[in-house]
Unconditional design. Structure first.
Lengths: 207, 207
DNA sequence: AGCTATTATGTTCAATTGAACATTAACGCT
DNA sequence: AGCGTTAATGTTCAATTGAACATAATAGCT
């Protein structure tokens, strides 16, 4: 698709963007490759753009946009706990952010996504541990068997959504915890789409 | 830390970087806020830089660097399977990449990091499932109890590293699987630092 | 031999863009 | 009343930077 030389130019642009945070100018590219003329660079840029490896904002300085920047990185807010009775998630309870590419996170384009720090081991049989980061999507349709964050009796819990005989309930994946049968309405805040676990170093006994 | 107005300027810069891929010029910022002079913008930029919210490359066009870009995103190669007998990981077996910020991934600066797609359920009692993505770091010191990818008898497996009576062995976290006691040398390829699980939608029975 | 794509040179121009200087005003603090 | 910070105006200058034009060599393909 690209010649060696064209690839080298693209690589240089991307490297500069990473290392310095700004996009190189035609002259900087020229210098790096030792060209005697900017026109060489202009030709490479035109080719790269024609082949779809580059976007240019015409007549603007340092305005090369490479697919590197286009890997859709999503910033997902982490809520330590979702405040009770809060249908709309406010920025208040945000504990931090995770950034990862949308594909790995299973994140769809439109839906609002958020993360929840898991507290307790009520989902241990679903292999969701205390301290895990669960990434959820605020979507309408909940399927039988989805792991969901739900607001029940003014508290947010992570449980498995099970539909039985036409009536939904929330199942804990730990025999030590009771299943929750909603008294009135069941407000689903999000459906789990992925999970991130930071490995805590093993408990050191001696050393 | 920042006044409302200063925050607004920073937000605008970051939004532009996201949406358009390029950093706004002082004039573009000026226009957006309706300033009659660029000097206002210059003052904001100076303040933001002084307070550490912005890096500037003096006298360069569109050269504002915000912490947005500075979230250290690591591209981690995913190996579907580590080829047997391959001490150095080649690009050949790469299945794809995950991009995520180094903090979430528990990734240290220097170490080489790679990801492995888990096959089988030999680590199920450690809550590592078939299909999970395990992120490993190629580091020297392995601690007792670490989950490691190891090359044993020409095959790569994910196991827990256990040191007992001065001799290490590899423990499967599933009673169905045998522990592995290395015949000769035990080559550790990486230590697990985190885990990413894409939630597969629940098996639909009817529909 | 003719055609096209790629790679390259040398020069010039004009738009883009950051920066500086002199001034003014509102606000909170002491 | 005096001081520092923040916020803003108006103007000018010079460096930065993308772009165009004419020209040419090389390689692969038909």
């Amino acid at each position: 698709m690209l010649t060696d030389r064209q690839q080298a130019v693209l690589d240089f642009i991307q490297t500069e963007q990473r290392e310095r945070g700004i996009t190189p100018t035609t002259r900087e590219i020229q210098q790096h490759f030792g060209f005697a003329s900017q026109t060489s660079v202009m030709q490479y840029l035109a080719t790269l753009e024609r082949k779809g490896f580059l976007d240019r904002h015409a007549r603007k300085a340092r305005a090369l946009v490479t697919p590197l920047q286009k890997v859709r990185i999503t910033d997902i807010p982490i809520y330590g706990q979702i405040p009770a009775g809060m249908a709309t998630l406010t920025d208040q309870a945000i504990e931090g952010h995770v950034s990862l590419d949308a594909r790995s996170a299973n994140v769809s384009k439109n839906g609002r996504t958020f993360a929840l720090r898991v507290r307790g081991d009520s989902m241990i049989d679903a292999h969701i541990l205390d301290g895990d980061l669960v990434i959820l999507e605020d979507r309408k349709e909940v399927r039988n068997g989805d792991v969901v964050a739900a607001l029940i009796d003014g508290e947010t819990t992570l449980k498995r959504y099970v539909m039985e005989r036409g009536r939904p309930y929330l199942k804990a994946e730990n025999p030590m915890y009771p299943d929750l049968i909603p008294a009135r309405e069941l407000r689903i805040q999000g459906v789990m789409v992925s999970l991130i676990r930071k490995q805590t170093p093993p408990t050191r006994r001696k050393r």
